[in-house]
Design a protein. Structure first.
Lengths: 287, 140, 654
């Protein structure tokens, strides 16, 4: 299937349909995969495809303003492009999506070991991108058949804890936060010209590493992704102190699905979660 | 502990809830003095960050109050607020914030009695929840 | 920055519970406060002068008034400080009366709270910015939707002031419901006699344009500058050529039930709804016209000497600009088929009040004879049933339709006038005759015209021996009643037009659960809507009789004219604005704006060296609700008067 990707990439560059192709190439450790930016036909052979192609490449789209881009895109990553299109951050005609119906990527934390599917791949089926210009299917990997699994297992587990336990759990997690904002930098949907975390008039929350500052930042990040996060998992991967950010993102994802039947990244014409409402939205929490 | 009195912030829409609180005054309905009202045009004006700021600033409770559904002066503002804060409320609880600390209500301009009752109950609930020490650094 | 704080005693209203002096002293120590004072009545002239003098003496540049609710006196104090040379938006009020002294008894706690509320106001005002009112132009033309008595009166009033009015009426003629009535309560003027002259006035006025057989298709814009698309349905008759001679409909071979006569009479396929129609130009009902059905016939075209018939005429959509819109779309009749016990549809000799109006009308389908539709015989015993639909939450409407008591009384009177031997029986729940000479009228119908009023509901109606047997209870005597009636007349309630919600959505005006349009305030703004520049009149807002309808029409006209006479329209500056450098162009705000007050804009991004899309507020449309600010993740859009900085400062102070 890598041949299919290469053939398409070559054709796109040759016909000048795109100026650049964003895909994956081998990292220097010879195991992992890193982004590849290919603008010459001669470099096309660097392209690879395997279970280590973890990164969500859509984050790089904004780095090439005014250029036509071909991009290798997994099902989940295409959802973030859907959101970017929905939010006017991309022009559909500027990108050519080489969609991959992928059969799962590895759990990066277990790099080097056997192929074990990333947690989030377990609940992802089918993995067809919601938008694409050409679709390339990957044959199912033999080792681990994907199971129909509850994608919210860990969220549900946390939900059953007492309020004190929850608070303690999250304070312990947040207390490690060093406010490096890697979660923000890596997120393809964090594109604000100037993040509220850096604004001073007003100062929305404490910039210092502090109980209240860390809490506010993490709640703010999660709320800003409500109805937008497509669970590519980049934030959690990027977090240097290992805060389980996906457990926050997934919580909101689950809630908005249950409350408003809203799902992020499935339709470019969809109105944003908070820029829309239904007259019958639940209000049992309102006095 | 008996000295402690909760501090509650209320974000009230100008047209219904603020007027409802005015009516409670005109009707001389007594309620505890623990709430500090911030007047806004609409419940739709409330940014989730305001709530975080209140809590991390030591408020023991935060209330958003707007017009009943269908009564919004701007016809739809409270619909947006309802959706926004349904999500925030669940998230805060998930992160371990006592759900009593963040509440929402619809109070119309004619519900002075509801306003007085609501604040009375709210103060009682927050008293039970105790002071908001969540954001005070502990030395344990 | 020099903030002045003025604490009001409000007689004993505040001072009775709050130690006003302590509040003033505490305030004088707040940061940036240069002066504080208290006074018995701050809103009185001496009180205001105290503020003005202090501003000059202490060179104050921002003011906090700790007194009553801003809904009472914010405007007062804005004017007051403006007179002293301070921008009127550099004041804030601390509500220490409604929210403090009136709801607390403990003097110490109330005083403490008053101090904190004042501190809050001081912190907010320290972040206030001077704001200027904005101005927009006004299109000097009023759109009136609906050409019934309501719209007609509005058009006359607008025209009288020498401003142009445009009536859009979906029927082929103006006149509306009133044109169908026979006589009007309580004076018994003939409806046509008082309506027709008004119709003629409108049609002859140089200031009024009529688009009949037309509907509103699209409304955009805002007060002073509405753009409206009007669909002029194909009439198939050239309105400029037609002389109204009537030869076409006299010769037309197709007869169908007349809507105007409630199906009691017939009309032709080319028709004017009634003889006094304005404009007196027929329309072809293409569904029933032989030419349109079979391409044969064409008699009307052959017979028309001026060549006015145009079978190829197409719908035309025109676009016009208006400064104000008056909504006068009227009402519909309640659909009483939900009352199975009355057996409507089964019994031929059961009609509604509107049918009765047509029947009793001397120019109506029966020539003024009140007859049984089943056999055409004149009636003797007639049962009128009130509150059909009205005041019945289970099956009908929760509200009282207000006019049924009166029109039923009128019908009972007219019945006796037309037939001396007749007898009217009226089943009612309550008689609601609140209006000038209304109660007297009902009394007269009972005393002088012999109408028998029975307080109670009808339980069943069935046919027996060619009569309708009406069974019910007279709750006053406790007796079960059975009346053999020749005719039963149902006083059906008034409901909103079926398409009221879609019109409301087009106009961005709210409507209630009964689909009636909602006024801006039930008492103080009964003809305004929350969309400025759009006004309501007549039964589209709530059931109204003719006097009330005419009164609201004139009221709405005054409101519209109030806009027309202005050169420019001043708008409150408390609206949203975008910091385009911070804006990512995601347009979440645009999608969340209930008023379509945000549009796309393009800026040159110097850092990226290319153009990019950002949001921009259409200032004249923005109502200042602030919903956009809360959905903006980058806080690029803010609301003047309630800015993020102001609110965060308030929270910080807590």
């Amino acid at each position: 299937m890598i041949d299919q990707i290469k053939t398409k990439a070559k054709e796109l560059l040759k016909t000048k349909k795109v100026d650049i192709v964003i895909g994956y190439k081998k990292a220097s450790d010879r195991i992992g995969a890193i982004p590849a930016f290919i603008d010459k036909e001669g470099d096309i052979d660097k392209l690879i495809w395997d279970g280590y192609c973890v990164y969500n490449l859509s984050n790089y789209l904004k780095d090439f303003p005014g250029k036509k881009i071909g991009i290798v895109t997994k099902g989940c990553d295409a959802k973030s492009m859907t959101v970017l299109l929905q939010e006017n951050q991309l022009k559909r005609e500027d990108i050519f999506i080489i969609g991959i119906e992928c059969s799962g990527i590895v759990d990066e934390k277990r790099k080097g070991g056997d192929i074990a599917y990333d947690e989030r791949c377990k609940g992802c089926k089918p993995a067809t991108p919601p938008i694409y210009d050409v679709l390339i299917k990957e044959e199912e990997k033999k080792q681990a058949p994907r199971l129909e699994q509850d994608p919210y297992e860990s969220v549900r587990k946390l939900e059953t804890k007492s309020i004190e336990e929850k608070f303690k759990f999250w304070q312990d997690e947040f207390s490690r936060c060093i406010r490096c904002y890697a979660c923000r930098q890596i997120c393809p949907l964090c594109y604000c010209p100037r993040c509220v975390a850096e604004q001073t008039q007003p100062a929305w929350f404490s910039k210092a590493v502090s109980v209240e500052g860390n809490f506010s930042w993490n709640v703010n990040r999660a709320m800003h992704l409500a109805g937008r996060c497509i669970d590519c998992g980049e934030c959690e991967r990027a977090c240097p102190v290992g805060i389980p950010l996906r457990d926050i993102n997934k919580k909101i994802e689950k809630d908005v699905k249950e409350l408003f039947s809203y799902e992020a990244g499935v339709d470019t014409e969809q109105k944003p979660l908070f820029s829309s409402f239904d007259k019958n939205d639940p209000e049992d929490f309102i006095k | 502990m008996s000295e402690w009195e909760p501090k509650i912030v209320g974000f009230l829409c100008n047209w219904c809830s603020y007027a409802g609180a005015d009516l409670a005054g005109t009707s001389r309905l007594e309620y505890p003095p623990n709430i500090r009202i911030i007047r806004l045009p609409c419940s739709g004006r409330v940014n989730p960050l305001f709530i975080l700021k209140c809590l991390s600033n030591g408020a023991d409770g935060v209330l958003i109050s707007g017009c009943h559904i269908g009564d919004c002066h701007y016809s739809e503002g409270n619909f947006y607020a309802r959706r926004r804060f349904a999500v925030l409320k669940k998230l805060l609880e998930y992160l371990g914030i006592d759900p009593r600390r963040f509440q929402m209500s619809w109070v119309s301009a004619s519900e002075g009695d509801k306003w007085a009752r609501l604040v009375t109950e709210l103060v009682e609930e927050i008293k039970q929840a105790g002071p908001n020490k969540d954001f005070v650094r502990k030395n344990d | 920055m020099k903030i002045g704080v003025f604490v009001c005693h409000c007689g004993t209203n505040i001072a009775g519970t709050v130690d006003v002096e302590r509040v003033s002293q505490a305030a004088s120590k707040f940061p940036k406060v240069k002066h504080s004072a208290s006074y018995k009545y701050m809103c009185s002239n001496p009180g205001q002068n105290l503020v003005k003098d202090a501003i000059k003496k202490h060179k104050l540049d921002r003011i906090v008034i700790a007194s009553c609710s801003p809904s009472l006196h914010e405007k007062t104090f804005r004017k007051c400080v403006e007179a002293a040379g301070i921008n009127p938006y550099l004041i804030e009020m601390a509500n220490i009366r409604e929210h403090c002294s009136w709801v607390h008894k403990d003097r110490e706690k109330a005083t403490q709270k008053a101090i904190e509320l004042t501190r809050l106001a001081v912190s907010k005002v320290s972040r206030n910015k001077p704001l200027e009112k904005t101005y927009t132009t006004i299109e000097k033309k009023v759109l009136i939707i609906g050409g019934g008595i309501s719209g007609i009166q509005a058009a006359i009033d607008i025209a009288f002031a020498n401003y142009p009015a445009v009536i859009v009426e979906r029927e082929p003629s103006i006149g509306g419901r009133m044109a169908r009535f026979d006589k009007t309560f309580p004076t018994l003027d003939c409806a046509a006699c008082i309506l027709t002259p008004k119709m003629v006035t409108v049609s002859q006025s140089e200031h009024v344009t009529m688009h009949t057989y037309s509907e509103i298709e699209e409304v955009s814009g805002f007060v002073g500058n509405f753009t409206v698309k009007i669909r002029k349905k194909a009439r198939s008759v050239d309105i400029n050529k037609c002389t109204g001679c009537g030869a076409c409909y006299n010769k037309c071979p197709v007869k169908v039930p007349s809507e105007f006569d409630m199906g009691l009479g017939k009309r032709k396929a080319i028709y004017t709804p009634f003889p006094q129609a304005v404009p007196n130009v027929p329309v072809i009902d293409r569904e029933n016209c032989l030419y349109f059905k079979t391409k044969k016939c064409g008699i009307c075209k052959k017979i028309c000497t001026v060549g006015a018939i145009d079978y190829d005429m197409k719908d035309e959509v025109i676009e016009e600009k208006f400064g104000a819109i008056i909504v006068a779309t009227g009402f519909n009749q309640f659909d009483h088929s939900v009352y199975g016990e009355y057996g409507y549809g089964k019994h031929k000799d059961m009609i509604t009040g509107l049918h009765f109006e047509r029947m009793v009308n001397s120019s109506g389908p029966t020539g003024g004879k009140i007859i049984r539709p089943s056999d055409g015989k004149e009636v003797r015993d007639v049962v009128f049933i009130q509150c059909v639909g009205s005041r019945d939450e289970q099956k009908g409407l929760p509200y009282c339709s207000r006019l049924c008591c009166m029109y039923t009384a009128k019908h009972a009177l007219l019945l006796r006038e037309h037939n001396k031997d007749s007898q009217a029986y009226v089943f009612y729940i309550d008689i609601r005759a609140a209006g000038k000479n209304y109660e007297e009228f009902v009394k007269k119908v009972q005393d002088e015209y012999g109408a028998i009023y029975l307080r109670g509901r009808v339980s069943r109606i069935f046919e027996k021996g060619g009569k309708l047997i009406v069974r019910g209870a007279d709750t006053l005597s406790g007796a079960q009643i059975e009346i053999k009636a020749d005719l039963v007349v149902l006083a059906t309630g008034l409901v909103a037009q079926k398409d009221a919600p879609s019109l409301a959505q087009m106009l961005h005006i709210p409507y209630d659960k009964n689909n009636l349009f909602t006024e801006a305030h039930p008492k103080l703004a009964p003809v305004e809507t929350i969309t400025s520049g759009i006004f309501l009149t007549g039964a589209c807002q709530s059931p109204k009789d003719i006097p009330d309808t005419v009164a609201t029409a004139s009221a709405a006209s005054v409101k519209a004219l109030g806009l027309m006479v202005q050169d420019k329209l001043a708008r409150e500056p408390l609206i949203a604005s975008v910091n385009q450098d911070l804006c990512s162009g995601c347009l979440a705000c645009l999608k969340a704006c209930p008023f379509s007050a945000i549009e796309e804009d393009e800026i040159e991004d110097r850092k990226l060296r290319r153009k990019r899309t950002v949001a921009k507020v259409r200032e004249a449309v923005c109502t200042g609700c602030g919903n956009c600010t809360a959905v903006c993740r980058m806080a690029a859009i803010d609301l003047e008067g309630f800015t993020n900085t102001q609110i965060m400062e308030e929270v910080e102070t807590l």
